[in-house]
Design a protein. Sequence first.
Length: 182
Amino acid sequence: MKEKKILVFGSSNSKQSINRQLAIFASTLLQHSGSSIIDMNDFEMPIYGIDREKEEGIPQLAYDFREMVETHDGMIISMAEHNGAYTTIFKNIFDWISRIPGSTWGDKPMLLLGTSPGGRGASSVLEIASKRLPFNGGFVKDTFSLPLFNENFDRESQRVTNEDKLVELTEKVQIFERGLEG
């Protein structure tokens, strides 16, 4: 069986993004797949606008991001939450890549994660994303929320320390990975 390739990222442009840290940790739990970790900062583009698109076209970085989606078998995305919704950088990338013909998310399996320093663990954006992304070709296999990041994740060892949450995340990564087979 050919090893599957998973695209991994946190949907934040923060250099210390806790969601990026969670996504990277989740990728270490993959048993039969390799991963490519990307940084949203590498895909920063002008704010999407129909007038800008008409005048300047779609930025090359949007095509580059879409190519990353297309060349991987699935995605692990940790959804950072700004004011209860997508981060600006994620929404902007989403807006630009949705203008490229074809399936925005490539009809690929997704595992959506989210964390925050607070007790809700990015649950608002996870709900929004899990309902919206399927309309654009994202096959959401499961979601996982890690509340109270600073209490449940060790930055030095880069791992989830809450045993119940670790078991839950491990199970969800396994479900996602089994779902890559069809």
